[in-house]
Design a protein around this ligand. Structure first.
Ligand code: DC
Length: 243
């Protein structure tokens, strides 16, 4: 079974809520989520990392050929895929472990990025991930980002944010991120990958990316990180006052 979520950092804060952050690829969900988790002393769960880790497993075990996923083989392999998180003190965030191995860097590479969307369309993969994500939220005090957090994983989340930004702004951000890590890719390939993922994520049958009716829209094309963080913290404050 996929299990074992380890968090070295726990919070004793009162009025803990669930913050669900959904939105398009590369629009800064994880940056915002990490900032929020740090500020509020919440746990942060990057659900995209979970789908990426499953994809990495599938690639390593030759269950994907030319972007074609051997769906039945992957479903059968699910019990052998153990995903966990370990808190990384230095980077002040959780690293993703696949069967005990730290794969935090490897799951961000272009091969995984190119193949993750088809893996994330598989119903059985999603059901397994969602069950785990829901388990992690039972204590509240959590910031979770993904595509279906406000709609499927935590429809009762106290705060739901739907993030977006133009595809060119998002491609530039992802390109800069990869460049800073020394990963060489062309801007056009990154833009193409983002467009493809938007297309698959928004049109798949299983839990497509959708704004929950009660989610607040945050278009950060023209916002700084600090501005968007302040905006969300203000919403958290308002929710705490209301409670
Ligand atoms: O956020 P990200 O780019 O790391 O996500 C990787 C892929 O996983 C992306 O194509 C969409 C998919 N995903 C999903 O379907 N549901 C989630 N809750 C999170 C990610």
């Amino acid at each position: 079974m996929l299990q074992n979520f380890i968090f070295a950092k726990k919070t004793m804060q009162t009025n803990k809520i669930i913050i669900a952050i959904d939105g398009h690829s590369s629009c800064g969900k994880s940056t915002l989520s990490k900032q929020l988790a740090k500020k509020l002393k919440y746990n942060y769960i990057d659900t995209g990392a979970m789908y990426r880790a499953v994809t990495l497993y599938a690639l390593r075990n030759k269950l994907i050929d030319n972007k074609q996923v051997d769906k039945n083989a992957l479903i059968n392999a699910l019990p052998n895929i153990n995903i966990s998180f370990v808190y990384n003190e230095k980077d002040e965030k959780s690293d993703t472990l696949l069967n005990g191995e730290n794969v935090e860097n490897e799951i961000r590479n272009i091969a995984v990025s190119e193949n993750v969307s088809p893996v994330a369309t598989i119903k059985e993969v999603r059901q397994t991930m969602v069950a785990l994500q829901q388990k992690m939220g039972t204590q509240k005090g959590i910031v979770m980002d993904g595509r279906d957090i406000g709609t499927v994983v935590f429809p009762e989340a106290e705060l739901k944010i739907f993030m977006t930004a133009s595809d060119k702004v998002r491609a530039q951000r992802r390109y800069d991120e990869l460049f800073a890590k020394g990963i060489e890719v062309s801007f056009n390939d990154v833009l193409q990958n983002i467009k493809e993922r938007d297309q698959i994520d928004s049109n798949r049958e299983e839990s497509p990316l959708q704004k929950a009716p009660d989610a607040l829209v945050l278009d950060n094309s023209c916002l700084t990180r600090e501005e968007q963080l302040d905006w969300v913290l203000q919403k958290v404050k308002e929710i705490n006052h209301a409670h």
